[in-house]
Design a protein. Structure first.
Length: 443
């Protein structure tokens, strides 16, 4: 029976929205506000200067450290403890994690680059690129209020496929100062050798700049809260990151063919993350919107996190009514959601039309939850409109192409006139000379 006290989704008709209202809806910001960035910068700087002691102090002050031993909380979980946690995993959970890892590997294997690529631009002039996995990459894995072994797998599997030298994990302990057995077991399954117990901005600072115990890394990947995002932006002078990130979000584009039970469940699944996680239904069907809202009212009281869900729906749940499916798809591209679920009659046409989303889910039986866990796609995704320019985390996130030039004497002679003319025009005569000198005095 529908709960009359259930929160209502904000509803607007796209044709009636002014420019300012539309911009307010689409131009949501990441969580890295100037205030948060300033505070994160102070924490990062403290760890950069103070090393392990500052890291432990920040863990104690802001949360994320282990309780024992109290005099000097351990920062690293030994690999043998991770393997022991793996062996203690309940059979059902271990089977699920292993299936998930297999599917992630099957999909991400498509992304593995060839070892080298070459092209001859002129006779005697070969230009190519060779693939190199990064030396040290760290994955930040949330673990404070909730642990996410799935996020660990989403980073560990493509890192291995890319050929990363050392894969490092950083994750905070929970409020009680303990680590999730499921997370530790997942790290054991992935044969993680470096697992550091630290959270928030202090973890990012330690990874980017190193401490007495922790070697600095070349890149930090993985999801995190506002403090993690802000800190990742602060360390770009020293360390690469995967992408900026804001709160997780979902958009469902649906027509009258969609089942409101499914749509409501999909909206609630992302709203579960908290009141800053937008959940949007974009549809030309007012009847569907009404039915979905009624379903949310029915389903919400049955869910474990119903208080969080009610707050989230009230704060960030929205129905956008459009003239037709085409306008709905155009708005989805404008919004560029992290997760985009598309349940319309013409799925092939929708795929052809859409360009901007972190991950696209097509059809009634492709819920966003499938991608979060076991479909094989990656769930570390660009948010807050970053899907216009950033890709999902993948194999190429963990390596780089090194460009290579092979040039013979005859090849250099063929391009000498172009080098000389353009270098001269730019006033860089030493560049011209470096080519011409190779053909003087019979060289």
């Amino acid at each position: 029976m529908t709960d009359s006290t259930a929160p209502s989704l904000r509803r607007l008709r796209l044709a009636d929205t002014g420019e300012a209202e539309r911009r307010a809806l689409t131009d949501r910001a990441s969580t890295a506000t100037p205030e948060v960035r300033a505070k994160a910068r102070a924490i990062v700087d403290a760890v950069r200067e103070g090393g392990d002691a500052a890291l432990r102090e920040a863990n104690a002050r802001f949360g994320g450290g282990l309780v024992e031993p109290a005099h000097a909380p351990a920062l690293r979980v030994p690999p043998e403890d991770l393997r022991a946690a793996r062996d203690r995993l309940p059979t059902e959970l271990r089977d699920g994690l292993e299936q998930m890892a297999r599917n992630i590997e099957t999909f991400h294997a498509l992304e593995v680059p060839p070892p080298a690529q070459w092209v001859e631009t002129e006779p005697g002039v070969e230009v190519g690129r060779v693939w190199r996995g990064l030396d040290r990459v760290a994955a930040y894995v949330p673990g404070g209020t909730a642990a996410y072994p799935s996020s660990l797998l989403m980073s560990a599997v493509p890192a291995r496929l890319a050929g990363v030298g050392t894969f490092v994990v950083a994750s905070p302990a929970g409020a009680a100062g303990a680590l999730s057995p499921a997370l530790l077991g997942a790290a054991g399954l992935m044969e993680v050798e470096e697992f550091w117990v630290m959270g928030g901005a202090q973890a990012v600072g330690a990874l980017a700049y190193g401490t007495e115990s922790i070697g600095r890394v070349d890149k930090i990947v993985g999801p995190g809260n506002a403090w993690v995002t802000a800190a990742k932006l602060e360390v770009l002078d020293s360390c690469a990151i995967d992408m900026p990130a804001g709160p997780t979000e979902v958009m469902v584009v649906a027509d009258e063919s969609a089942d409101p039970v499914h749509v409501a469940a999909d909206l609630l699944s992302q709203a579960e993350h908290g009141p800053d996680s937008p959940s949007l239904l974009v549809t030309p069907s007012e009847a569907l919107a009404d039915a979905v809202e009624a379903e949310i009212a029915d389903q919400l009281p049955t869910l474990l996190r119903r208080d969080t869900l009610a707050e989230s729906v009230r704060a960030a749940g929205t129905v956008v009514l459009t003239a037709d499916v085409e306008e709905a798809l155009a708005f989805a591209d404008e919004y560029a959601p992290e997760h985009l679920s598309c349940v319309v009659a013409d799925l092939d046409g929708a795929l052809e039309r859409l360009s901007h989303a972190g991950s696209l889910f097509l059809g009634a039986y492709a819920p966003e939850s499938a991608g979060d866990y076991a479909a094989g796609s990656n769930h570390v995704l660009p948010t807050a409109g970053a899907g216009r320019a950033y890709s999902a985390l993948g194999v190429e996130s963990f390596g780089r192409w090194m460009q290579v030039n092979r040039v013979t004497r005859d090849g250099l002679a063929r391009i000498l006139p172009a080098v000389a003319a353009v270098a001269e025009a730019e006033g860089l005569t030493a560049h011209r000379r470096a080519v011409e000198i190779r053909f003087e005095d019979g060289r």
